[in-house]
Design a binder for this molecule. Structure first.
Ligand SMILES: Nc1nc2c(ncn2[C@@H]2O[C@H](COP(=O)(O)OP(=O)(O)OP(=O)(O)O)[C@@H](O)[C@H]2O)c(=O)[nH]1
Ligand SMILES: [Zn+2]
Length: 316
């Protein structure tokens, strides 16, 4: 079985001049410092050598030990994938080398379909398989939330139903096999139950955040930075938790690419009269016909229009 913390870098043809250095896994970032885990599971505070060694959680890095519990990151191994968002001004990386994404939403607070769709689009572009988990299904609003997720189920996305606090055993039974042996990134708005999920699956979560991290982060447990957790002692199954955020920018996407990253629109986009149809106002548009026929949900089509407008907005 694959060892995420140790395995040789995938897709790495050339030998880098740093290949003799230790290979480590970035498990946490603190501004200009990173916590790197070596092959024996030891965690060191590492500093990047320069801009070229900027890295994110999930990266495999070549590092040189410096002292007993510190190191210098000399190079970042090529990434298999990178999940990120991008606004007008900057790119914000979530994490690299992911097997799958779990988008956690809840019955309450009512989730934003726009944020959900944006996360799915970013994951689709990055080539990362996604599952949606609906938490707090013990609450009375569950039926309405399930209804709002119907278009996502219909486009083939797996949807798990959880009650992390109300029914932890059943929730764990659903999550554990899905997580097994993989690196999963958990994304979700504040208040949906991410901390509850981490604490359910990672009993020693606090210990894994560790003394080194606590010293750098004033010891608070609230998620202020992305954190890698091992679910099992054998270090085969990993969960990555990340802090909340406001805007999910998708500026990395070309306007023409957008419908191809939305599976429900994509299914109808090749029935359009014009090859460069924007599915906004053109005659003979397969997407608009599908919306009219109820095959594409009105809310998904509205979200498409909103994102497209942002991607095509003229800048001064
Ligand atoms: N009814 C119900 N409440 C739940 C369930 N799971 C979590 N909660 C509650 O939802 C609230 C938020 O849970 P957290 O795990 O703190 O959520 P979070 O996503 O980590 O939130 P932030 O810390 O704000 O990012 C808490 O009051 C939990 O007790 C559930 O299955 N059912
Ligand atoms: Zn069209």
């Amino acid at each position: 079985m694959r060892r995420p913390g140790l395995g040789p870098a995938r897709g790495h043809g050339r030998m880098s001049k740093f290949h003799a250095l230790d290979l480590g896994l970035v498990v946490r970032g603190h501004g200009r410092h990173y916590i790197v885990e070596d092959g024996d599971g030891r965690r060191l505070v590492c500093h990047p050598r320069g801009k070229k060694s900027d890295c994110v959680v999930g990266d495999q890095v070549r590092f040189a030990p410096a002292g007993s519990d510190e190191g210098v990151i000399e190079a970042v191994e090529p990434r298999r994938n990178l999940l990120f968002r991008q606004d007008e001004w900057k790119t914000k990386s979530f994490a690299a080398n992911l097997d799958q994404l779990l988008v956690l939403v809840a019955v309450e607070p009512v989730f934003s379909e726009s944020q959900l769709s944006r996360a799915l689009i970013a994951a689709e572009q990055a080539g990362i398989a996604t599952t949606i988990a609906l938490n707090k299904t013990d609450l009375p609003g569950a039926a309405a939330a399930r209804e709002r997720l119907a278009p996502y189920r219909a486009m083939g996305l797996p949807v798990m139903e959880l009650a992390l606090k109300a029914d932890p055993l059943a929730s764990r039974a659903q999550l554990a096999p899905w997580l097994e042996g993989k690196t999963s990134f958990v994304l979700g708005p504040s208040g949906t139950g991410k901390s509850t999920l981490i604490n359910l699956l990672v009993p020693d979560a606090q210990a894994q955040v560790g003394d080194i991290s606590q010293a750098l982060n004033s010891g608070r447990h609230t998620t202020t930075t992305t954190q890698w957790y091992w679910v099992d002692a054998a270090r085969q199954t990993a969960l990555i938790d990340s802090p909340g955020f406001q805007e999910f920018g998708l500026k990395q996407i070309e306007p023409a690419e957008l419908p191809l990253l939305m599976p429900d629109l994509r299914a109808h986009a090749d029935h359009c009269r014009f090859y460069n149809c924007t599915h906004q106002h053109e005659p003979g548009c397969g997407v608009r016909e599908a919306v009219a026929a109820g095959q594409i949900s009105a809310s998904r089509y509205r979200i498409y229009g909103e994102i497209l407008e942002q991607l095509t907005a003229k800048r001064w």
